[in-house]
Design a protein around this ligand. Sequence first.
Ligand code: BDR
Ligand code: CA
Length: 312
Amino acid sequence: MARRIVLDCDPGHDDAVALLLAHGNPEVELVAVTTVAGNQTLDKVTWNARSVATLAGITGVPIAAGCDRPLVRDLTVAAHIHGVSGLDGTRLPEPTAELDPRHAVDVIIESIMAADPGEITLVPTAPLTNIAMAMRREPRIVPRVREVVLMGGSCTRGNITPAAEFNVAVDPEAAAAVFAGEWPVTMVGLDLTHQALTTADVLARIAAIGTPVATAVVELLTFYRRSYQADQRMSDPPMHDPCAVARVIAPDVMAVRDAFVAVETQGRWTSGMTVTDFGRTPNTLVATTLDVPRFWDLVIDALTAIGTPVVT
Ligand code: BDR
Ligand code: CA
């Protein structure tokens, strides 16, 4: 049976690929797509989620907008990576995928409470504001969630600062609540995602699919590649967010280690750091090593399976 997931995202180039991977792979079922301010403002990332859903023919999946800012801090966006729209690089279709009128936090809670205990997996690929709000608003969701497989954090280095990864750094208070929650958490952080490099070979394989979806992905990732070259001095950009979806689809696509992870919320220079202790009673599975060829096969197979949906 397909694993049922709620994808909480901020598209975002790699979020868009995560959404396409979840849609195109039969091992997961999208129960809901929820958005949160992060890579860009809430209105932009929500439009982007609906547009990508339209492009790919994703229907019957609620798409709901959530928190427009972190719990206590001002919003920091990542226009330096994702552009002014949050998804620069291609001309996306005007969305026909409807916006669910409910708040994303309610959609998350209702999706979990309506399902059997242990059925729903949360896959956050953005600041953890919506997830922390949902835990606080309805604590009964915590023991009902199968697991939280999040893209965020790092046990070695950061990207938005030397110490902190973007998703955790934007809302460290929310991340601290999620890591401290009494539910299984898998941290798919930079240590892992920096192995998922979007090489020229990968782009050529996606281009060879030849569908409008694949063409749009190549255009998006070409922009994303240039951003990483200019801002992060990396020649091939890391495909962060689909790694979390891949972990749900095929857990053995990556190795994990038990660790204790705490989020630094006070540090002047280290705010948002995911302080990782492999020697202490664990609260997290930390992803360490990726089966890179298998990961890209999953992504490319999903893009191929989506085919050529009609853009309405
Ligand atoms: C994370 O930050 C965002 O810019 C990406 O979408 C990803 O979720 C990587 O640090
Ligand atoms: Ca993201």
